[in-house]
Ligand binder design. Structure first.
Ligand SMILES: C[S@@+](CC[C@H](N)C(=O)[O-])C[C@H]1O[C@@H](n2cnc3c(N)ncnc32)[C@H](O)[C@@H]1O
Length: 434
């Protein structure tokens, strides 16, 4: 049991409050409190700590200290204050949040589950960084993220919450001056895919968003990293009878890159139960590195949807369709508790492989529904946290408290499957450090 877990258990039991009771008072899920108390959650979120301390009426700073978020020597003056949670000003709390993000980021790169391979001093810049799915993959492969860019305000919030706020540049990539990017070995970019998607407008380079590929080209021309990883929808290769992909490939080759590409499905290459086929373009300046590089092999899918969802945990009422007009239809269609369903305009489709269908950025908005499952309390949609679980995000990832669900769903759907990136990144690292 971790120290902070023990402390909370002691304080809770002193007051004769059960875990369920604490969950009810705080709104934090029963299983999350269990994880915090048992020590399974090594880095409880500061927001959760604050809420729990508040509910139990215990000293907030004490909690942060025990959890390792505050170094006592930095807060000597604070011991004379009446340390009641609600006394923290928003600014103070934000500072603690930032510090906690920093600590969390340090822990990710120094110890814990990740990285599983040794640090290899390769420096990485991430374009269109989103909430950092590709960054996690490279970090887990032992590389260091030194620069990232993202335009979406909420995605930046989530990114900073998990990676700290040292290097993320918030804003339009078109405004980035390449000389502001430090020297890097690898550049990655999961460039916006709507323009190329089957579900999108099929306009490719004519579409404004399609043009963002040329931003990658602009930066490559100056930075000339040794390797690149670009990610996009499977359909990129076939778009406009192959012309879009031809342009991309030849522009990269004109810059001196030797380029591989392959479509990988998350459920076959990441041991994550999501059907997600994406194209991964890997390029190297060195022909030798290009020749040595191999995409990872498929691996068995050992995880099931129940590795990600906990059917025993009741979710907020708004997640359930029990009182909806669709209930009779869902009741007829949703019969298999071991798979994920998708509402399709007039019918509910079952995923026959017992995995989650491809998560999309527009789920949860205008008729694009979030996938559905059966739990012990009824028919409900996946939570945003479960969606990032279906992208293989690490346990310690969390959304900041002040982001709405629509935005969280968008961030999860826009992201990548971390274990697939990690496996490709490991192969890239192998040939680069050899
Ligand atoms: C498909 S997502 C990429 C996900 C990300 N690579 C990851 O690792 O999870 C595309 C991202 O590009 C961002 N984006 C779109 N236009 C942009 C621009 N002009 N400048 C910077 N970022 C942009 C979007 O906000 C979105 O987060």
């Amino acid at each position: 049991m971790g120290k902070i877990g023990e402390f909370i258990t002691r304080e809770r039991e002193k007051q004769d409050i059960s875990i369920r009771g604490l969950s009810k008072i705080t709104g934090i899920s029963h299983s999350e409190i269990n994880k915090i108390e048992s020590g399974e959650r090594a880095t409880p979120s500061p927001h959760h700590l604050k809420t729990i301390a508040d509910a139990l009426g215990i000293n907030q700073i004490e909690c942060f200290k025990i959890a390792g978020y505050i170094d006592e020597s930095q807060h000597e003056g604070s011991s004379s204050r009446t340390l009641i949670l609600s006394d923290f000003t928003n600014d103070e709390f934000n500072q603690i949040q930032q510090y906690a993000s920093f600590i969390r980021a340090q822990r990710v790169s120094n110890q814990g589950e990740e990285p599983t391979v040794k640090k290899n001093n390769l420096k990485v810049a991430s374009l269109f960084a989103g909430i950092g799915g590709i960054c996690y993959g490279f970090k887990q492969a032992g590389a260091e993220i030194v620069w990232a860019n993202e335009i979406d305000k909420d995605a930046c919030k989530t990114y900073r919450h998990n990676f700290g706020d040292e290097y993320l540049v918030e804003g339009d990539i078109k405004l980035v001056d390449p000389s502001d990017i430090p020297d890097i070995d690898i550049l990655n970019g999961g460039f916006p895919c709507q323009a190329f998607s089957v579900a999108g407008y099929r306009k490719g380079f004519e579409d404004e968003r399609g043009n963002l590929f040329f931003e990658i080209e602009r930066l490559l021309r100056v930075k000339r990293p040794r390797a690149i990883l670009l990610e996009n929808v499977k359909n990129l290769e076939g778009h406009d009878h192959g012309n879009t992909f031809k342009v991309i490939k030849s522009r990269l080759e004109d810059l001196g890159y030797h380029v591989h590409h392959k479509v990988l499905n998350t459920m076959e290459y990441g041991d994550v139960p999501q059907h997600r086929e994406r194209i991964y373009i890997v390029g190297f300046l060195s022909e030798e590195a290009y020749n040595k590089f191999r995409y990872p092999d498929p691996i068995p899918l050992t995880k099931t949807i129940h590795s990600i969802i906990d059917v025993t945990e009741k979710k907020p009422l708004g997640m359930y369709y029990n009182n909806s007009k669709y209930y009779p239809e869902l009741e007829k269609a949703m019969v298999n508790p071991n798979t994920v369903y998708q509402w399709r305009r007039v019918y509910c489709r079952e995923n026959k492989s017992n995995v989650c269908p491809t998560l999309t950025a527009n789920m949860g908005t205008g008729g694009h529904n979030v996938p559905l499952i059966i739990d012990n309390y009824g028919f409900r949609k996946l939570t945003p946290e479960e969606c990032v679980g279906f992208q293989g995000f690490p346990e310690e990832f969390e959304f900041p408290a002040d982001i709405c669900n629509a935005s969280k769903y968008k961030q999860a759907g826009n992201s990548v499957s971390v274990p697939v990136i990690k496996r490709i990144a490991e192969e890239m690292v192998k040939v680069l450090v050899d």
